[in-house]
Each structure stands twice: as C-alpha cells, then as structure tokens.
Ligand binder design. Structure first.
Ligand code: PHB
Length: 567
C-alpha cells in the first residue's frame, strides 16, 4: 500500500473525474501518514503539488473544518472523522455487532475486535480494548497487512488469483512495510508461510496470529458471515503470552468465539430480512464549520462567494458526497446522493466517479457503497485523540480572544483536576497547571460537575465532603451549596467569586458527552479586579459557551464509534 509518489497528474483517472478532489484527498492522506500534522512545505514535497495549489486546498479544508492551520502547520481536526463515521454508519457493522463484541470482551476479559478486508490489508472497525500494560493496541481505522494477522488469513481464503498476485506484488514493492505505519517491524516470513496459514484457515474455519505483530501478542479469529454466506467481518480475541499460550487460547476461547460469531450472524440475517435497519445515522446536528444534510451545496456556494478563487468548491462538494452516505439509506443511488447533498446530478456523479477511482466508493449497478478505505482519511490518528487534546485549540482560541486563562477539568472523587489549559501572559496570571487539583465544592469547574451528577452519586459525596472555609466567601453549609447547585442546573453555568482564593473569580460551563452527561467543565479564571460580575456574564460567558459547544461537537464526532479517554 505504498502511496503513489506524486499527485499532480493521475494518468489513470477517468476523464470525468474531479482533479481538485483527487488532490485534496491526497493532501488528507499525506497528513494521515504523518500522524495528523505537517508543515506546509513538507506537504508540498510529500504531494508534489505546487505551493499555490497546496495553499488553496488547505484553505478549503480549513473552511470545511477538516484541518486547522496554525502558522505554517496544518493539523487534521476531529471533525474529519465524520468521513470515516459515514463509512462506519453505512456498513452498519458497529451498530449491529458492537454490543455483542463489547459483551464478549467483558466475558473473556480480553480485547476483542472486528476487522474488515481492505485490499491486501485488514482494517479494524470496532475495538473493545482491555487496558493491559504489555502490548500494542490498535484503533479503529488502523490498517495491517493480511499476512501478519489472524483475520487476514481468513479473508484470503476467498481470494481470486488476481488478489494473490496483488499481494505478492505489494510484498515485493514494499518489503519494509512502509505502507503500514501502525505496525512494529518484525523479521519477514516467506510468502509460503502465509499461503500455508490460509490453507489451514480454510480447513479449520479459524486462524491464529501467534506473535506475528509483536512478541507476546496472540490473536484468535473466526469469520462472521453475512446472510449470503460471504465473510462480513472477522471477530478476533486478542491476548498475550503472559496470559495464554496460543494453544491455550484456541482450546479455551475458540468455542466461545464461535458461539459469539453465530449470534452475530443471526443479527446480520435479521437485519438483512428487515431491510432498512437504522444505519446509526447521527441525529445530532454536526457542529463546527460546515452544515449537514441538503444544506451542504448551498453552504459550499456561500463559501465560494465569500472566499472567491481561493476556495475550491469542487473539493468541498466531493467531500460532502462522502458524508452524505451517513444520511441516505443503504447503498444509495446517484439520485439519493444528489438529494442528500443538494448537489446537481452532474456534480454528484462526477464526485462519485472520482471517489470510485480512488477506491473510496464501489458501484454495483445503480447502487453505491463506501469502502473501508475512507478510514485512511485521518481516522486512525484521530481516533487516538483525548478530550484534553480535543479541547486544547479551543481553549487557546478562547484565551486569546478574552485575554484570560481558560481550562478544562474533570471530577476525580471530590476534587476537580485540570486536564488542559491555555494561559495568557497577563502579569496577574492565575497560576495553575495541568494536573492541579482543587476541592470541587469551592470552584466553578467543580460546581458545574457536581451539578451534573445523579443524586445517587452527589448525596454521598456531599455527605462525606469536608466543606472548609478556604477564602473570604467560601460556602461551607451543605444546604447553601445545594441551593447554588440548583441554580447551576437552571442557568447552565457556575460563577465562583473569592471562594477558593481571595481575588480569584471564575466562571464555568459543562462539556457533555453524547449521552448528555457532564464529563468535563471549561472555565475562565481571572483576577476579580479585572471585570465586574456583570462584565463577566456579558463578555466571558457567551464565548465560554460557544467554546464548550465546539469541544462537544468534536468530542461527539470522535466518540461516535469509539471511546475518547480524558488524557
Ligand atoms: C487486534 O484486534 O488488535 C488484533 C486482531 C487480530 C490480530 C492482531 C491484532 O491478528
């Protein structure tokens, strides 16, 4: 899977294809290969595109909210994950099978994953990971070569000669496995070794990875078949030689893995009978820069109007065609895509032809389907993100605008712990660093988080809390604190004035996850002489709220099909 060396001219591209879309996708791929971030000059070199072209592509991608440009550094944003989310929602595999995978991981107390084939690689579409110190963990979107995995041997049982040929060619072309950046290097096995594993997988109906990825890591895999008998995906249990031998994994776990696969197959059969099962389409409006649904085309037109020739409308439109698959039914036709995006049939058709040429869409008669290759557009590096990394640029933006420090914190027992922070350079700066903890009851961050707790958690926490006076105005009576928390719930913010420290005032709002739970809080802290309370509400609160909204929008996109850790 060595990337083509340059993009400027693609002799194989069909005449109707959209060159700016090909180039824009090449830029996204290079950024993905570089783990999410490159300098503009490096991007020019990596793509072979002219500087002015790279500039226009980056400006267009920044306008769609898919990259951020800071100085000369271009960075992929969590919002880009909406492309991969469109694929994951349209395949329905995570929606239909994810719960069963998670339940199996709990039962086995091992990591369990679902993988699909992507050319001569496998890509993960669901991961239920047990945290273990010892081994590498792969994420949704990671690509591994078939020959070094358990699922790969199963997928290759149905390969045609052309696919074997492509596999041998890739091995010859890329002996260092540069096309698989998430993979640690290992001594190379001869081709025959994989051919024999595939023959065994065909005979046995299961496959083993005995430390092919790295020493210690073992995986056992079985196919999950679709209603027509093809392999829809492969279910793997992943362990370590410190817990199981490969033999022991097969003996102990194979029966349970097979039962789980049979149950998953019945979910797939039911879904095929019912037909229009929910795609897991995201009901929440996509926050951030661009709009969703059929307003897409008018949004790109308005951006063109505003930014003129620097904005490449055909690139923005082509990418909206990918996201539209999340809003259409299964296997949409050209008309479905045109309707979902608001694009003309001619524009939608050219975008689909281009995406098919790039391997992101397959066509069967009138029907179109996204391929797992869409995940190569940023998904794997972005799915390693954390809430604190998601928040950082938004906090920096806020702190820059209001010229006071902004922070993100979570609740740890009865304390708030700072997990991200953007400080300003005022002389009277509030001196707090990431990792700092304060008692929750006396801080705006803590009050927002306490107000978000269910009564069953809040009551015992308040019962054991030692409400000590820390500063001139600290509330120390539980009843008074509960009244304040009611107000926080009603108003959606907490303002704390000289309760933690004399001269310190802060205001906070919650950051909610997809289920509506307040998982973190953002605040702005200032010296009480710098603004009156009314000024704080008028000048700081609106920006604080829109910052929390932007963090939430990114968090919801990033957590749609996976877990986002706090740090
Ligand atoms: C994984 O899910 O991390 C995994 C699965 C199968 C393998 C290796 C790793 O062969």
């Amino acid at each position: 899977m060595t990337p083509p060396s340059t993009v400027p001219c693609d002799p194989q591209a069909p005449p109707e294809s959209v060159t700016p879309l090909i180039r824009g996708i090449a830029v996204l791929r290079r950024l993905t290969d570089a783990d999410g971030s490159l300098d503009l000059g490096e991007l020019e070199r990596a793509t072979g595109l002219a500087r002015s072209t790279v500039d226009r592509i980056v400006l267009t991608l920044a306008r769609t909210g898919y990259v951020r440009l800071a100085g000369r550094t271009v960075t992929l944003t969590p919002r880009l994950m909406e492309l991969g989310n469109a694929y994951l929602s349209s395949t329905r595999l995570p929606a239909l099978l994810g719960d069963a995978v998670d339940a199996l991981a709990d039962e086995l107390d091992e990591s369990v994953s679902l993988a699909v084939p992507d050319g001569d690689g496998i890509r993960f579409v669901h991961q239920a990971t047990r945290r273990r110190a010892m081994s590498l963990r792969f994420r949704i979107g990671d690509l591994l070569p078939v020959e070094r995995t358990a699922p790969g041997a199963l997928f290759a049982t149905v390969w045609e000669p052309g696919e074997w040929h492509a596999w041998r060619e890739r091995r010859a072309r890329d002996p260092e496995e540069a096309g698989f950046p998430s993979l640690p290097p290992r001594p190379r096995q001869p081709d025959r070794f994989f051919e024999e594993r595939v023959a065994s997988a065909r005979a046995d109906g299961w496959a083993l990875d005995d430390q092919l990825i790295e020493p210690g890591l073992i995986a056992l895999a079985v196919p999950v078949r679709d209603a027509a008998g093809g392999i829809a995906c492969v279910l793997s249990a992943v362990s370590h030689t410190s817990r199981h031998t490969a033999e022991g994994l097969r003996g102990g776990v194979l029966p349970r893995l097979r039962d789980a696969a049979a149950e998953m197959e019945s979910h797939l059969r039911t879904a095929a009978q019912v037909g229009a099962v929910p795609t897991g389409a995201d009901p929440s409006p996509s926050g951030g820069a661009g709009p969703g649904g059929a307003a897409l085309a008018s949004w790109t037109a308005a951006s063109k109007q505003e930014l003129g020739r620097e904005f490449i409308e055909s690139l923005a439109r082509g990418l909206t065609v990918i996201t539209a698959f999340a809003d259409t039914g299964q296997d949409p036709t050209l008309s479905d895509i045109a309707r979902a995006t608001g694009l003309s049939r001619a524009s939608a058709r050219r975008a689909l032809i281009t995406l098919e040429h790039l391997g992101h869409v397959t066509v069967d008669g009138r029907h179109h389907r996204l391929t797992p290759r869409v995940l190569e557009l940023g998904y794997a590096p972005l799915s390693r993100t954390t809430l604190s990394r998601i928040a950082q640029p938004h906090l920096a933006g806020l702190a820059g605008r209001i010229r006071d420090s902004a922070s993100l914190a979570v609740l740890v027992d009865d304390a708030v712990q700072y997990v991200a922070r953007a400080a300003t350079h005022r002389i009277m700066n509030v001196d707090i660093t990431v990792g700092t903890r304060f008692p929750a009851y006396a801080t705006s961050l803590g009050r927002v988080l306490l107000a978000g707790l269910p009564a069953a958690e809040l009551d015992p926490l308040l019962a054991r809390a030692d409400l000590r006076p820390l500063a001139p105005h600290t509330l120390t009576r539980r009843a008074a604190l509960e009244t304040v928390l009611d107000g926080v719930r009603r108003e959606g913010y907490a303002l704390v004035d000289e309760e933690l420290e004399a001269g310190l005032r802060s205001i906070a709002v919650p950051v909610r996850d997809r289920s509506g739970a307040a998982v973190a809080a953002v605040n702005v802290a200032m010296h009480s002489s710098s603004r009156t309370i009314d000024e704080c509400l008028d000048e700081v609160l609106p920006g604080l709220r829109s910052t929390a909204d932007a963090i939430e929008a990114d968090l919801h996109t990033a957590a749609r099909f996976g877990q986002v850790a706090v740090v």
